[in-house]
Write a protein that binds this ligand. Structure first.
Ligand code: HEM
Length: 633
């Protein structure tokens, strides 16, 4: 045999051998190693099966669950996620299962959830989207990570903020009125409201985010809908190694085609907006969602400029994330109100009491206590999110566990929202009254027990969350403090009391000040001349959406400054980017500083202090570390 023939045989053999070793390493060695590591730490779960993982079991359980008829019950967790339901019962709150070759650690223990969503030092990033999810959302805000996410989140926050949100209200009202007009004359007839809600949410998103009508977005919504169906039927389908690379399944081909068409449609809408500026029909791209994004796409001087791909992905994300979620919430709320007539009555009389014949307005919406309770309970029983997905970026400690890098994490919202240990024996009943005193009380002050909008920095960016933060929470705080005799200037939507403060300051500084040491009314006119006089020594005011409890009662001041059990911490700085250290870190730094301003070292630096020190040190001895230390000395 010639050397050349030997080579021709040997090279493919070596190649095959290396490929085989790599294959066995990825599909056998690594999963078994991960399984052993986690089993040894008490995390159990169904055993890994070669290539398929547990996908066949999941498919079987889902088939069985959906083939059984379901009574009129709200206990939907076993029906919707039968695999999670059954494995939580068998293996405990945290367990491991296998989506093909990927290890998926399901967690439903509060402390672990809090740790994961905090994602400090980016240890628990979002997962890389699956091939189908990337066709659906691309690398938009929902899936993006790192710098890209920061950039996109900033832009999205601008959309769901202040004035831009207020400006959306008339469009929302117009869309709802169109739907209600269609419903007129339908009393007593059976209707598929979810179809109409899909149309409504599509119309609202098209109008408010893209400045177009539903007809323009219709094709995009239909294609996104098709894509999401393809994606959900492929979640637990095993991708066979090698074969994937050679042969594309029909679903993949169809989703590629759909993604291409969606891109074209989005580009048409973008082009239409650009043309308006080019043809001088508009002098800017606008300040709705599309306008803000097109602006950044065209800003050549901005380091954070969006690429064309990012622009399209962001649009897809908003079309999809906005429609499916709100549509589901509306449809379930209406169904629940239809079943529970007494709550329907309560909701109706509250709305009539607050708005009468007026159109809804933000201040009124904040007063809808019963409606908020109903929505909270609907989101608990039928929340649209079926889990928050993360992965382990690098080997890390989570509670008592040490997790290997590159495994997936699933935070099972539904498991928590349907957990009788958290909600009591009536967990499967529709009882909005459990939220009568707010979410904090209903969950026993456990933030990781109820999170329909997510938790941590990746919480939902949308409007409902905004209203919640900017209206419901401030008004609840105000109510709680008012009921304890703490009065104050009322909270105003978004601005709090900032406008009043600015006005008083302007007035105070425009008046000439005589030769007097009574400078407090000039420096802090809102406190002195107005609010302390009106509301007493302790009162509540609003720095934007932040509640600020002003105290000048010496007893309370002593209590706060005592700082027992770290109950009254320093606030986060607002202006300077510097960090405020707390806890261990503060102790360490304070020790260091004390050392510098102590005994001998102070004696040595005394002469220079006299020359260099600002006179305020001696005027305000109790505020400054050096002066205080020296007086103790
Ligand atoms: C009832 C309504 C909604 C619910 C229950 C909901 C729920 C959620 C949840 C649970 C997350 C967190 C996902 C995670 O951490 O992995 C999320 C994120 C997100 N939501 Fe919503 N959502 C709703 C409405 C909307 C709407 C109307 C929009 C857009 C118009 C939207 C856009 C987004 C986006 C872009 C993110 C990703 C944020 C980020 O990662 O920074 N959502 N939503």
């Amino acid at each position: 045999m010639s050397a050349l023939v030997k080579l021709v045989i040997l090279v493919p053999c070596c190649f095959f051998l290396v490929a085989l070793i790599k294959f066995l390493y990825d599909y056998l060695w690594t999963p078994l190693r991960i399984q052993r590591t986690l089993n040894s730490q008490g995390i159990k779960g169904p055993p890994y099966r070669f290539i398929h993982g547990n996908n066949k079991e999941v498919a079987k359980m889902k088939r069985e669950a959906s083939s059984k008829p379901m009574g009129l019950t709200h206990d939907i967790f076993p029906k919707v996620q039968p695999h999670l339901y059954s494995w939580i019962n068998r293996y405990g709150k945290n367990f491991l299962f296998w989506n093909g070759v990927r290890a998926e650690l399901v967690i439903s223990e509060h402390e672990l959830i809090k740790e994961v969503v905090k994602n400090s030092e980016r240890t628990f990033p979002k997962r890389k989207p699956t091939v189908y999810l990337s066709k659906l959302l691309g690398n938009g805000l929902v899936t993006a990570e790192g710098e890209r996410w920061v950039k996109q989140r900033k832009l999205a926050n601008q959309v769901f903020h202040g004035e831009s949100l207020k400006n959306m209200i008339p469009a929302v009202i117009a869309s709802v009125e169109t739907m209600l007009a269609k419903w007129q004359g339908q009393e007593g007839k059976e209707m598929d409201v979810s179809k109409d809600f899909r149309l409504l949410t599509s119309e609202v998103i098209s109008r408010t985010a893209f400045g177009s009508s539903y007809l323009e977005g219709e094709k995009i919504f239909a294609m996104l809908n098709k894509l999401s169906i393809i994606m959900s039927r492929n979640v637990f389908k095993t991708r066979i190694p090698f074969i994937n690379k050679l042969w594309k399944p029909a679903d993949l081909l169809e989703s590629e085609e759909l993604a291409r068409e969606i891109q074209e449609c989005v580009m048409k809408i973008v082009k239409k907006r650009e043309d308006k500026v080019v043809n001088r029909e508009a002098d800017s791209f606008g300040n709705d969602f599309l306008g803000l994004h097109v602006n950044v796409y065209h800003d050549f001087y901005d380091d954070n400029r969006l690429s064309l791909e990012e622009l399209v992905d962001e649009c897809k994300t908003f079309y999809f994330a906005g429609q499916e979620t709100v549509n589901s919430l509306l449809a379930w709320t209406i169904l629940l109100l239809a079943i529970h007539g007494e709550w329907q009555e309560k909701a109706r009389s509250e709305v009539i009491h607050v708005f009468g014949n007026q159109n809804p307005h933000p201040e009124g919406i904040a007063k809808l206590k019963t409606m908020t309770m109903i929505i909270n309970e609907t989101l608990r029983l039928y929340g649209p999110s079926n889990g928050m997905m993360r992965k382990v970026g690098r080997e890390v400690r989570l509670g008592k566990l040490v997790l290997p890098a590159n495994i997936d994490i699933l935070i099972a919202n539904a498991a928590l929202h349907h957990d009788p240990q958290l909600w009591g024996d009536d967990v499967h009943l529709f009882k909005p009254e459990r939220f009568a005193e707010g979410i904090a009380k209903a969950t026993n002050y456990n933030a990781a027990a109820y999170f329909p909008f997510g938790l941590g920095p990746r919480f939902c960016v949308a409007l409902i969350k905004f209203l919640y933060d900017y209206l419901w929470i401030p008004l609840r705080i105000q109510h709680v403090l008012n009921s304890q005799e703490i009065k104050g200037h009322p909270y105003k939507f978004i601005h709090g009391n900032n406008k009043e403060v600015a006005e008083m300051r302007r007035e105070a500084s425009s008046k000439p000040l005589g030769l007097t040491h009574d400078i407090f009314p000039t420096l802090k006119p809102h406190m002195y001349s107005s609010w302390i006089k009106h509301f007493g020594k302790n009162y509540l005011c609003w720095d934007g959406v932040r509640a600020e409890l002003v105290i000048s009662d010496p007893e309370l001041i002593r209590e706060v400054l005592k700082y027992t059990e770290k109950t009254f911490r320093k606030r986060k700085p607002t202006i300077f980017p510097s960090k405020i250290f707390e806890g261990e870190k503060w102790l360490k730094q304070r020790k260091l500083v004390n050392h510098v301003f102590h005994g001998e070292s102070l004696k040595l630096s005394f002469p220079s202090h006299f020359i260099g020190a600002p006179s305020t040190w001696y005027q305000l001895p109790e505020l400054c570390v050096p002066a205080r230390r020296s007086s103790i000395s």
